[in-house]
Design a protein around this ligand. Sequence first.
Ligand SMILES: [Zn+2]
Length: 88
Amino acid sequence: MMKIYCHAHHKCFKNLCEQCDALKKYADKKLDNCVFGDAKPACSKCQVHCYSPDQRDLILKVMRFAGPKMISKHPILAIRHIFNAFKK
Ligand SMILES: [Zn+2]
């Protein structure tokens, strides 16, 4: 996800740029600390809004952009992901 977004927006072809890398690490860390562990619902449905509003906006932007692009690459995964992310 992050890669698709970074690739298109920041022209980083191999690695994530600093901004995207930081966002990814932030998301990973939040995921690790998520109180729901493996039973975690999609973050948009989560009752505990652990993301700061700024970071949450960024993540949503990435998902909205990269989501549709994922369909052509990983159809089933993408559909499941989008479905979870936007179901409220
Ligand atoms: Zn980037």
